[in-house]
Design a protein around this ligand. Structure first.
Ligand code: HEC
Ligand SMILES: [Cu+2]
Length: 344
């Protein structure tokens, strides 16, 4: 009885793993739930390979067990040796041709799809939207070169056309991955790589860094917000117009403090690119702080007081450039940052 229990206990880690993995796939972070044309094509390719592999495993497994049972050692026949078939030309041809046929079946959809999915040049002719992505430890900057707009953390795209992302990195190798929309591509320092994605439904898709890049690699999230093309055009206009002036006294005070303590790295104003920190023009419209933290004032105050306590390795200094902001001043800055909204 005790033995049996021990055996079940050994299954516990497996059960725990299954439970853990079942947590994957939240917030559109699953390649198996494709939500755009590119991702659908890729998921179909995966499905074909998996189906072929399942068939192979079933057939080979069946033959294996059949042979195991059919040719097992029987009592009274210990010295019996069944008919040997090495050098049987027919069998050799059969088990060489079958894998060739299977690989051909796999190649027919895979090869042309691989080329068309990675073809970012003719996508450009289809008037695709171009977005430059620069990856940093541990945040993302997005620039729309034609529209001359820069933002960070949340990238907004239209649903009516493909988007060509041009990726690079300011420090180490990162990898740009929006599982629901398609495969990932590395962002390398000193190099530009491209990735074509498309969202045909409006919604917010979670993206993340998929290349171990430092202590907060696992927290290097971003959002892709897909909106109608009219809404996208409006958003670009609103970004260019910028947020309204702060109204309350506290936020006004916060703006002054922000200029003195934060502007050496951050920019407010969508035409400005500052390589050192996220552009905050529409900070109040974001869904998270720093890509993953609750988007509320209390968390923001904690963030400004000590970023690396919340996101290990974050290069932003605690309590501003001087390190001397008081709790009251931090509160005022938080008030100001929450006025930075362009959505009317
Ligand atoms: C030395 C440069 C630097 C200074 C000075 C600096 N920051 Fe940052 N800040 C950063 C970096 C880098 C990040 C991105 C960190 C990350 O997500 O890994 C960041 C992130 C942020 C974010 C989150 C942005 C987002 O889109 O979610 C806020 C808010 C912020 N900083 C506010 C401030 C405030 C307020 C000050 C001044 C008190 C300040 N920062 C000073 C470098 C700086
Ligand atoms: Cu990274």
């Amino acid at each position: 009885m005790k033995r049996k229990w021990q055996r079940w206990f050994r299954l516990l880690p497996l059960a725990a793993l299954a439970l853990l993995l079942s947590g994957c796939g939240k917030e559109g972070v699953s390649a198996l739930e494709p939500l755009g044309p590119v991702a659908k094509d890729q998921a179909d390719l995966m499905l074909i390979s998996v189906l072929i592999m399942v068939v192979v495993v079933l057939v080979v497994g069946f033959i294996y067990f059949y042979v195991l049972i059919r040719f097992r050692k029987r009592k009274g026949q210990e010295d019996y040796i069944p008919k040997q078939v090495e050098g049987n030309t027919t069998l050799e041809i059969v088990w060489t041709v079958i894998p060739i046929v299977l690989l051909c079946i796999l190649a027919v959809p895979t090869v042309p799809k691989t080329f068309s999915l990675s073809d970012t040049h003719s996508a450009k002719k289809e008037s695709a939207l171009e977005i430059e992505v620069s990856a940093n430890q541990f945040w993302w900057q997005f620039t729309y070169p034609k529209q001359k707009v820069t933002t960070a953390q949340d990238v907004v795209i239209p649903t009516d056309r493909p988007v060509v992302f041009k990726l690079t990195s300011n420090d180490v190798i990162h990898s740009f991955w929006v599982p629901a929309l398609g495969g990932k591509v590395d962002a390398n320092p000193g190099q530009v790589t491209t990735l074509k994605l498309e969202a045909d439904k409006e919604g917010t898709y979670r993206g993340r860094c998929a290349e171990l890049c430092g202590s907060s690699h696992a927290l290097m999230y971003f959002n892709v917000k897909a909106v109608s093309s009219a809404e996208f055009d409006r958003w670009i206009k609103e970004m260019k117009a910028g947020p309204d002036q702060p109204a309350s006294a506290s936020a006004k005070q916060g703006e002054q403090l922000f200029k003195q303590n934060c502007m050496s790295c951050h920019a407010v104003g969508a035409s400005q690119t500052n390589k050192l920190a996220p552009n905050l023009t529409n900070f109040a419209d974001r869904k998270y702080i720093a890509g993953f933290l609750d988007h509320d004032k209390k968390t923001l105050e904690k963030w400004i007081a000590d970023p690396s306590a919340l996101k290990p390795g974050a290069t932003m200094p605690a309590r501003g450039a001087s390190g001397k902001l008081t709790d009251e001043q931090i509160k005022q800055i938080a008030d100001y940052l929450f006025t930075l909204s362009v959505e009317k």
